[in-house]
Design a protein around this ligand. Sequence first.
Ligand code: ZN
Ligand code: ZN
Ligand code: FE
Length: 768
Amino acid sequence: MKLRLKLHIKGRVQGVGFRPFIYNLAKKHNLCGFVFNDPSGVTVEAEGEKDNLKYFLRSLKELAPKISYVDKIDKEIIPLKSEKIFFIANSYISKDKFVFISPDISICDDCLRELFSYDNRRHLYPFINCTNCGPRYTIIKDIPYDRSRTTMNTFKMCSECFSEYRDVRDRRFHAQPNACFNCGPSMNLVNRNNKLSSHIEREDVEDILIKASELLYRGNILAVKGIGGYHLCCDAKNKEAVRKLREIKNRPTKPFALMVSNIDILKKICFMSKKEIEVVNSIRRPIVILRIKIYKDWMKDIALHQKFLGVMLPYTPLHYLLFFYLRKIMPEPILIMTSANYKDSPLIAKEEEIFKLKEVSYFLIHNRGIYARCDDSISRVYNRKEIILRKARGYIPDFFEFPTKKRILGCGAELKSTFSLTKNNYLITSPYLGDLKNYATYTFFKNTLQHFKKIFSFDAEVVAYDCHPNYLSTQYALGLNDVVKIPIQHHYAHMASCILENRVEEKVIGVIFDGIGFGLDGNVWGGEFFVGDLNNFTRLAYFDYFGLVGGDKAVEEPFRVAFYILYFLFGEDMFKLNIEFIKQFNYEISLPFIYLVRGKHYVYTSSVGRLFDAVSSLLRVKDRVSYEAEAAILLEMLSYKCRERKLNSYPFEIVKERGYYKIKWQNLFKEIVEDLLKGVDKAKIGFKFHYSLATIVRKTCQTIRDAYGIRKVVISGGVFQNFLLFKLVTKFLKDSDFQVYYNCRFPTNDENISVGQVAIANARLGGS
Ligand code: ZN
Ligand code: ZN
Ligand code: FE
């Protein structure tokens, strides 16, 4: 019996080889009909024997192209039309455009094979790609996704490329960035004064890469243009090169991400589970945080005192070529690949900007334009699940199903800025944009938002933003006209992002440990226990307030918090304490501080991030930081060295005062000082501090469960990037019969704020 089916397929099905896939599948199963792109996905009409249709449908789900993502298929039976053939019909374009733009995808195995095949016409061609791989998001200027609306529009396909492009049986059918030596982008190794020629031959590529790898071998820094922007690159094992790179980046201690040529070399330096291998190797190619196997001497310069390395595999043809030539002169090349930018400014993607980096002399550039900049992403694995820590290249744009009738924009926070918007029942998040503290990043924020508004034809009716009056994201929101404006408390937004991501329906306990965020009482929050859902929340418990002497300065100088706590606990007797921390201050030097503390020249905070700082400084691990959370990170690393696992918590109290449970940390710190006086191993003190915080979380959640009967806990906030604390807290809660939820898809740091803002604003407006 013959049937005709009309299918409407939603999801990431455009620009990913979906139509040729359908076409070939239909032919295989002897069907007639057609397929075309429509504004929200792909429409198929297929007609044939009932059984054939059944197999067609089954394969459609099972064999869909790797980078596609089928969200939903609507089916209906319609009258027969009995065409002779199956064909690809013209795209249907409407004004209200909405398509699932694909993220940028690492080079596929087929292209990689061709890249290194002597007889292939693209042998060594650095911009080889196909329907299954290559740049997408970063080259798209507008939609529908056609070459004319990408940065490839300046290159005219040669006849050979065009015939591949038109041939539905070809892997490059409708591959918009399709190119070859004859017609595509070219590259060159230049110093500031050279120009890029518009054409490149195979021999040129060899010359260029031989020179580039020699430069790296000799310890030079190379600026390398990638998919989403420029990297600064050097030999990771060359001490002098790494020192120079640190100077250029004005980055004295922060660990660098590495690129390693293949999985086998990676296995030699890091431990990897099956899941970690899968994530490192995935088509998204994030930087993955892996545990170091043997701490080699050269790692000191890359990641001093670290237990983990951030590592990625090559993901563009150019990376593979570079390693291919490097291997001829170095046995196991490992490169630092760090984003090229000026301090606190966004990633550089344009030649005129990269040439301004005075200390860099060599540039591996090309002329395929980067329209939307995008940093490398960072992930780690826990419990066989990928946890995204920074979401950008390979993951963006991200579409999260989110039924709503409103067009909502969430503006995010300040550090680790992102925005989120709603469209056609999806929540779409921007890439990580950087720290929104200066004009350059603010411009990047506004331009990226403008771009998203255009490609998703979005225009906000509702805007949600952080309560902090000084955030540039808040000021942006307040400057908008004719929109409903909804301010949202920072830590509540953290909690909401986690509720939404895990689709928790009931009320939850929210444990939000964070750096700093604007609290509803005007103090700086950051050690919070809430109860609530997306509709509202109540603050039930928090860490007893302490002084942040010098406000933001205290974030850069953790010793200020330690000093406050000691003065608070011991008064001027603190100078009699025979501990290393005190030896750096004599009474005279300390007078200005004492004056500030006595005069209460500080803001109050409950921030757990700052408590980490205080302990780190008390232990003389770090007094001043050169990057965000450095003191806390080094304390975590030190704590891993503690061999004892059977410990007790430091003492603490949970006291009910004026309707709140306050977590009294005073005795905890007194005991830490006692341990220091006794000369207890610092690694043990550090570990015991982590252990105590996890115990505090368990005890406080139990107290709340007893009063409210809630046993679902969401944990979120920047402090949970601390993997040791994260593991202890989830374990303690699970062992005490709580159901624990955490962020995987929306990073637990401030990247998730815009997501939470949208979720809460939507609920406040009556939900979907
Ligand atoms: Zn490919
Ligand atoms: Zn060509
Ligand atoms: Fe935060």
